[in-house]
Design a protein around this ligand. Sequence first.
Ligand code: GBH
Length: 456
Amino acid sequence: AAAPAPAAGPRLPAGFTLGASTSSYQIEGAVNEDGRGASIWDTFSHTPGRIKDGSNGDVACDHYHRFAEDVELMAQAGFGGYRFSIAWPRVQPDGTGAPNVPGLDFYDRLVDRLLARGVKPFACLYHWDLPQALQDKGGWTNRDIVGCFTDYAQLTLARLGDRVPRWAMLNEPSVHAIFGHAFGNHAPGMTGWKNYLAAQHHMNLAQGSAIRAVRASHPRLGLGTVFSLQPVLPATDKPQDAQAAVRFDAAWNGNNLDPLFHGRYPQISAGDFAPVIRDGDLDLIKVPVDFLGVNYYGRAHVIDDPNGVIAGAGWGPHPPGTRTTAMGWPIEPHGLVEVLARLRDDYGNPQTFITENGAAYDDPAPKAGTVNDPARVAFIREHLLACQQAIAEGCALKGYYVWSLLDNFEWAEGYSRRFGIIHVDFATLQRTPKASFAYLAAVARGEPTGGIVTGP
Ligand code: GBH
């Protein structure tokens, strides 16, 4: 009998970028080095009771000193790109004024090393580590932050814009607004609906303002932003849960997407935002972007909850039989296709990158120079197949960056949740590539990987 045909694996178009994603506070450590100021995550993680395992990002993966080793691993994997974030308090220790040159020097070294090793840098200006000095003036709830962020963006681009071709303004403004300013389980630990509305609106404004300013000085760079997007479904067939899903969808997705692409808030939230909106704001927020970064983890299954801080809704049970990761999050690769189809149909099909997708699992200890993480390999493979499907259906998807390059400081979970394709021993800081790293490397290099095929 003839040999069976290899299973159809991800067939990604030529030019599709595969790579990995990280964020500054989660990996860098070196929090007191080279003039870095304190961020809201330093304050928050050093407040007893805020982080599950009592840990903080003081050392994290020590990437600040080990970046060359980390870049080398990406080069060995054949990754085309690396998405990282810049720590605002390294560039401006108290959030305003002249740049702290030694802080910018670090990113200069990182970028030069990436370019020398053939890995394209993709920088994000803000992944939640606000300078504490700005928080002391109200942080994102104070409208003055719009000008501060715009200045910071200009300063940073003045130093790195000649070598970093692609820039995201913000990481997941809705998650930062909801977790950090309404629930309070993330820094800065603010709570309530009012703080949420102010923080979300000011982030939208900061994004629009910074894109306009940077575009004027750097017309050839790719400028965009990163949203956390998920299909939102009612968890039951009760009519009040269906209504809750509409409200939650507005907060989670619509309050980011609609202002940026359509210059308005979803009808259901427009009235709530009215007190913080001033004349001209919506025109400032609506700005053409060169790309949208999408962080995708799964769908949201929601219920009506009169005490729910966000839109009177909360998380409900997943559909029966749904597989979950160690975070308890549902594994729903098809939701990725749904999110991209929505961008195609309702938001003009922008050029898109999956800037985060990945899973936490309780990995076994390193053995014989690797870590066996078959569940993560399967998770990534299923989501790459979803990317392939979305592309076949006409979505303008151009790349995939796995979350995350390294096991790291997983915010309120501390070091208890591992998302990396590279294991980090937090006692010795030794790196050990996992099987998922080898898998992604094989896909990136277009090698046959047990029936997985790449290429046009
Ligand atoms: C990202 O946020 C962050 O950008 C990154 O820094 C972080 O390390 C990474 O994810 C992993 O957490 O309905 O119960 O399934 C992700 C925001 C919020 C996405 C919760 C998934 C699922 C909740 N996430 N959500 S559930």
